[in-house]
Write a protein that binds this ligand. Sequence first.
Ligand code: PLP
Length: 393
Amino acid sequence: MVNRTMYERGAESSKIREIFAYACERKAQIGSENVFDFSLGNPSVPAPASVRASIERSVAEVDPAVLHGYTPAPGLPAARAAVAASLNRRFGTAYGAQDVFMTVGAAASVSCCLHALVAPGDEVIVIAPYFPEYAVWIENAGATCVEVLADQKTFQIDVDALRAAITERTAAVIIDSPNNPTGAVYTRATLEALAAALQEASAGRDEPIFLISDEPYREVVYGAEVPWVPSIYAPTVVCYSYSKSLSLPGERVGWVLVPDTCADHDRIMAAVAGAARCLGFVCAPALFQRVVIDCVDEPCDVESYARNREVLTRALSEYGYDYVEPDGAFYLWMRALEEDAEAFCARARAYELLPVPSDSFGVPGWVRIGYCVSHETIERSLPAWEALAQSYR
Ligand code: PLP
């Protein structure tokens, strides 16, 4: 018997993937330079030279049987230690290899944390608009996804609304800062208010409400502070991947950190390991765990994203569009020029513009523009954005 839920999740394609598939088709028809595909969060910046150097060194120096062999389930001890040491240098913490579990990208990190910390029937709060896969992963852990609308002016967490959404079944909250899709970076004040609300709601419980801090865009930031969340709220687990910071989304490597300061650390770490085992996410790619060892402190090259952001936002505001000024990630959250974001995107398609309508992120009336594209694509798309705005006048 085919599992009905799995069939449905496989048969329905994500809106983002659907638009990306259309973009590929359209590029074949009219030339890739004439299609402005803003759908995927695939970094346009190549992986740094140090990644290639690391791969070449490993291939030249490491016995192939070892290089391509299984690693221990939680990862190479040296990779786990390198991640912990890097965090310690940056955040003044005292983590060790035993606090880090290497995973297959942030998708696996968040899924493992959900399975480790949530029981069937529990509720998990997300801040809308939110990364659509959260709903799928929460459902897969047997829990219910509870959406709390972000503050509609600042796109920070609306902590009063979040407090009102907490029930006795609330097991965890997922946050994602710098945020996909809004580009908001949660301030220290926001995170402190969130921590206070969660502490208050956790009082008297056997276990606290956990915070799952999903941080694949931590380094993709344009000057804003990205506070270290576990130092503000102790029952936080951090999910990370090198998909965006090192432009390695196809290589599937990241980690989960269970901070040493988290009460019940050993049980949580064991549950993360159990979840990775049950989900088949053990032994992250061996070659790229070695890349992590070599490149853990490699800075993220945000120059091109910063330039795209600058040129795109200046032009769009000139054409009369309304958007959230992005402090991080490489997405622009822009108001559609009509209530129905799908209808707006359908009209945009006539100008070969392919943003993603907001409905799949849990809210109506907006679009996400992924500006992790070539600068030429940004420049060439501007007349189309202008013509689209004109068509609504
Ligand atoms: N979390 C967020 C907020 C993302 O935007 C993405 C990917 O775009 C992921 C998780 C998944 O990341 P990965 O490709 O490393 O699994």
